[in-house]
Design a protein around this ligand. Structure first.
Ligand code: GLU
Length: 374
C-alpha cells in the first residue's frame, strides 16, 4: 500500500544535486538547470522553510576550465580542478540566489571534520548560525584538501550526514535518473520505477550496481547508502530527476514523483554521529552471551563477555563490537584503551580495579554510547 506523501510540515530540507545535473556533456555548466533549481530553493526559503544545498560539480566545472579533456587521474590535478571549479560554482550560486534576494554561505567539509566529535559539533553550530541568519548554506566536500583515503568521495553520503547533523526533516537527492528502479534502466527497458521504499533489500542493492556517469563519483549505490542512513536517522528521502519541471516544489507538494524512502527508526543525534560520522578505531569481539545481552536485553558491554581485541584504540574512540560469528552487531564509544580492554577481557567488573589499578567505569561500552545495526 502506498503511504500518502504529506510534506506540508517539513521545516528543514537538504537538497543534493549531482554533477551530471549541473554540467552539460560539453563540460560547461548547465546554467538553465542551476538557475531553475535556485529559483525553487529561494521559493522554499521564502515560504519560511530552512534550505541547505549540497552541491557537486566543483571538479567537473574545474576540469573543463583548466582545459583537461577528462577528469585527471592525478590527485593534485584533480584537487587543482576542484579549487578552480568550486570558486566558479559558488560564484554562480551566489549570483542566482542574490537575484531572488537570498544570501548564501559556502561550507566545505572533509570527512575528518565530521569524524572528530568536537569539529562535528562545531560544524553543526556554524550551520545553525547560518540558518538563524537566514542564509542558505551551500555545501560541498573540500576536495582541494581532502586526502583520497579519507574522503567521503561522493556527495550522497555527505548530504545524508549533513541532514542528520542539522536534524533535517527531508532530504531530496536530485540526479539524472528519475528514481530507484527494480533493475538498471540503462540496460533493461522493462525496468519499473519504485514509488516507495520502507526497507532497502539486497535485491535493490544488486539492481543499483556501481558508479554512475563519468562526471560525478556517486551512482545508485551511494544513493542507497545515503537513503539507508537517512532512514535510520528518522528522516524522509526522495530521489528524483533534477531536470523534472519544478521538481523540488512538486516533491514538497506531496506529488508522487521519484522514489520516497520512509524512515525505519529515529536515532538520536549523538548516536547518528557514532554510527555514521565517527571513524572506527578497532574491534572488540564478544561471546554469544554478551551478544544476546546487547541485542536482546538492551545491556551495556561488560568485560566478562569480551573474547578478543583488535586495533589500537584510545578511550573515547569508536569501536565495532563483533559477535561470535564474526559479524558486527554494534558500534560504540569505548571507555578503556585497547591495551586495557585486552587485560580485563573475560573478567568480572569487580576485578577491573585489581588488574588495572584504576576503574572509572564498569562498562567497556555504555549502552547510551552504543548503536545496534549501524
Ligand atoms: N565533491 C565533488 C565535486 O564537487 C563531487 C562528488 C560527487 O560526485 O558526489 O566535484
Amino acid at each position: 500500500m502506498s503511504v500518502e506523501r504529506d510534506f506540508s510540515r517539513v521545516g528543514r530540507v537538504v537538497v543534493k544535486v549531482g554533477s551530471s545535473s549541473l554540467i552539460y556533456p560539453t563540460g560547461r555548466p548547465n546554467l538553465a538547470q542551476m538557475e531553475n533549481l535556485v529559483r525553487q530553493l529561494a521559493d522554499l526559503h521564502n515560504q519560511g522553510r530552512q534550505v541547505l544545498l549540497v552541491t557537486s560539480g566543483a571538479i567537473g566545472v574545474g576540469v573543463h576550465r583548466l582545459g583537461f579533456a577528462r577528469r585527471p587521474a592525478d590527485l593534485p590535478e584533480t584537487q587543482a580542478a576542484a579549487a578552480v571549479g568550486q570558486g566558479m560554482l559558488m560564484h554562480m550560486y551566489e549570483k542566482f540566489f542574490a537575484e531572488y534576494g537570498v544570501t548564501t554561505g559556502q561550507v566545505l567539509l572533509t570527512r575528518e571534520d565530521l569524524a572528530d566529535r568536537r569539529r562535528f559539533l562545531n560544524a553543526r553550530n556554524t550551520m545553525y548560525a547560518l540558518m538563524r541568519l537566514g542564509v542558505v548554506p551551500v555545501i560541498n566536500e573540500n576536495d582541494t584538501v581532502a586526502v583520497e583515503e579519507i574522503k567521503f568521495g561522493d556527495n550522497d553520503n555527505l548530504a545524508a550526514l549533513v541532514a542528520g547533523l542539522v536534524d533535517a526533516d527531508l532530504m531530496i537527492l536530485l540526479s539524472d535518473i528519475a528514481g530507484l528502479y527494480d533493475a538498471d534502466p540503462r540496460h533493461y527497458e522493462q525496468a519499473c520505477l519504485i514509488d516507495q521504499v520502507t526497507e532497502i533489500t539486497p535485491a535493490m542493492e544488486d539492481a543499483a550496481g556501481g558508479a554512475g556517469t563519468g562526471l560525478g563519483t556517486g551512482g545508485m549505490a551511494t544513493k542507497l547508502q545515503a537513503a539507508r542512513m537517512a532512514m535510520h536517522f528518522g528522516l524522509v528521502t526522495v530521489l528524483a530527476r533534477a531536470g523534472e519541471k519544478d521538481v523540488v516544489r512538486r516533491v514538497l507538494a506531496g506529488e508522487k514523483l521519484g522514489t520516497v524512502f520512509w524512515p525505519s527508526g529515529r536515532l538520536e543525534n549523538k548516536k547518528r554521529w557514532i554510527a555514521y560520522g565517527s571513524c572506527v578505531s578497532g574491534n572488540i569481539h564478544v561471546d554469544g552471551g554478551a551478544a544476546r545481552a546487547l541485542l536482546q536485553k538492551g545491556k551495556s558491554l561488560l568485560p566478562s563477555g569480551i573474547t578478543r581485541v583488535e586495533g589500537d584504540f584510545e578511550m573515547g574512540n569508536t569501536v565495532c563490537i563483533i559477535g561470535p560469528d564474526g559479524v558486527e552487531i554494534a558500534r560504540g564509544i569505548v571507555n578503556y584503551t585497547a591495551a586495557e580492554v585486552d587485560r580485563i577481557k573475560g573478567l568480572q567488573t569487580g576485578e577491573i580495579f585489581r588488574v588495572l589499578g584504576h576503574k572509572d567505569y564498569d562498562e567497556v561500552v555504555h549502552r547510551n554510547n552504543m548503536v545496534l545495526d549501524a
